[in-house]
Ligand binder design. Structure first.
Ligand SMILES: *[C@@H]1O[C@H](CO)[C@@H](O)[C@H](O)[C@H]1NC(C)=O
Length: 493
């Protein structure tokens, strides 16, 4: 029997369907949680379905894949404790059109296994999420046992690790980075790198502290672009030595973007991510009266001005950046124990920047902010925010695509048009008490979000309509961007 006789579970009629490759007027048919078919506009108008969504004049896109989300992480440095857990973080995700997140499983430096941390995040997430999820493994102690566990990670559906070139609790030495990169290459694992030079950073911080320059804005001064550029160049060189693909996360400065572009021009498998904070925020957002600037403290920091933002937009348009993620890492502002205000003390009433928990919320605002800016072609927007993260991290084409019979029916459906309105924290669904994008004007917001064919977000009728616990762990394969290569051998040098 054809689908036309048995009926469909859901039909999205007459929308402007956008994928990474195409844009056009189609109907989308959904059956058993999968995309069943795409048909010419209104061809499905008379097909029976349990649910029909009229998307006339609106974009219909594969659900967002946010590959950089910090949830429920332990206090690894300082007193900051993330306020979003797997429930509130994924609730915020679906309200912003994101149907899959990749969060982090942070290894404790004292552990000589990765699997403790992996079991721990599974426990935190299972039955608690509103959207689908996976984890990147943060490797902070790459001892032999840990390196030997890489094949186990793959068996368990984890195909990416993240390493840090800064932060005492996480920072690896270059030789440790090489160990990770070689093992990652061998086992089809993608390595994400936080590229800031940790020693330059602590040295700069000491200089500022000794001159009593402590306010939030000095967070930017403590991490000039050269520190990001140096670490980016070094990460590229380390990857090149062992022929391993790398992804530089949250690139903020034109200098680092240029270094990445140059490596790509030489054919190196160097990928890059940027985030909305580097498209919309600048140093002046940290230079606010009192302690307010702490709200925008994240690392790397927002850069100096419009020409920096412009260079990052340019890199999104011209292919330098592969993906656009949120780096959602939410702390309460008004919390003196685990929030931003834990950096305030009696002798430093405006806080000490070095103690301000690093991070901003953004999983919900990522898609609407960037789509509203209308800088990117719709197809490129989908590619950067859904298709490429799915490909890069081994989720494609289950996620990030609309391939009949293959792709999950994860969709974000926008409005035909909206009067521009300001983002307000009151309208968001995370647990943070602020958004760094308060007052930024948008003209797009997800109207509906579907997860595997089920309506989970209906902005005008109930808001969050999905249930906590419907989200599933997604088993990931190897990156579609990282080809198998012959084994590396020292002899080649
Ligand atoms: C693309 O953007 C990157 C990052 O801003 C920049 O380094 C590069 O010069 C740009 N390339 C072209 C061809 O415009």
């Amino acid at each position: 029997m054809s689908l036309f006789e048995t009926g469909l579970d859901c039909i999205v009629l007459n929308g402007t369907v956008v994928t990474a490759a195409d844009i056009g007027r189609y109907d989308v048919g959904i059956k058993d949680g999968k995309i069943a078919l795409l048909a010419p506009a209104l061809a499905l108008a008379n097909v029976p379905a349990s649910r029909v969504i009229d998307a006339e004049g609106a974009y219909v896109m594969p659900g967002g894949v946010d590959a950089h989300v910090h949830l429920a992480e332990p206090e690894l440095f300082g007193k900051g404790r993330s306020v979003d857990d797997y429930t509130s973080g994924t609730r915020s995700a679906i309200a912003g059109g994101t149907t899959t997140i990749i969060a982090f499983a942070p290894q404790d430096k004292k552990d000589s296994s990765l699997l403790i941390a992996l079991d721990d995040v599974h426990q935190k997430a299972v039955k608690n999420t509103y959207c689908d999820y996976s984890f990147h493994m943060i490797v902070s102690n790459p001892c032999q046992q840990v390196l030997d566990e890489f094949p186990v990670l793959r068996e368990r559906g984890i195909s990416s690790v993240k390493i840090y070139m800064t932060y005492e609790a996480l920072q690896l030495r270059d030789r440790q980075i090489l160990d990770v990169l070689l093992q990652a290459r061998t086992h089809g694992v993608t390595t994400m790198v936080h590229a800031e030079n940790g020693d330059m950073l602590s040295w700069m911080t000491e200089q500022l502290e000794s001159r009593a320059l402590l306010a939030p804005k000095y967070h930017v001064t403590s991490r000039p672009p050269i520190l990001e550029r140096e670490a980016t160049n070094r990460a590229i060189a380390l990857g090149q030595l062992v022929g391993a693909p790398i992804l530089i996360v949250h690139v903020s400065s034109p200098q680092a973007a240029n270094a990445i572009r140059e490596a790509q021009t030489h054919g190196l498998p160097v990928f890059a991510e940027t985030c909305p904070q580097y498209l919309f925020l600048t140093r002046s957002d940290l230079d606010q009266p009192g302690f307010e600037g702490a709200k925008c403290v994240c690392s790397p920091p927002p850069r100096d001005g419009p020409s920096d933002l412009e260079a990052i937009w340019k890199g999104l348009e011209n292919g330098t950046f592969t993906i656009l993620s949120s780096d959602h890492c939410a702390f309460l502002y008004d919390d003196a124990v685990h929030g931003k205000k834990s950096a305030i003390s009696e002798d430093a009433p405006l806080g000490r920047f070095k103690y301000i928990p690093n991070g901003c919320p953004g999983v919900e605002t990522r898609l609407p902010l960037v789509l509203s800016a209308t800088r990117l072609r719709p197809q490129r927007f989908v590619e950067l925010t859904s298709t490429n993260p799915a490909k890069l991290y081994g989720l494609y084409p289950q996620k990030g695509a609309l391939i009949p019979g293959v792709s999950d029916a994860d969709l974000v459906i926008w409005y035909p048009e909206l009067e521009p309105f300001p983002v307000t924290n009151a309208a968001l669904h995370h647990s943070a008490d602020y958004t760094p994008f308060e007052g930024h004007r948008v003209c797009q917001w997800p109207r509906y979000t579907l997860l595997r064919g089920e309506l989970v977000w209906d902005r005008d009728n109930g808001g969050i309509v999905g249930a906590k616990g419907v989200g599933q762990f997604v088993h990931r394969g190897r990156s579609a961007f990282c080809d198998e290569q012959p084994p590396w051998d020292v002899d080649q040098y």
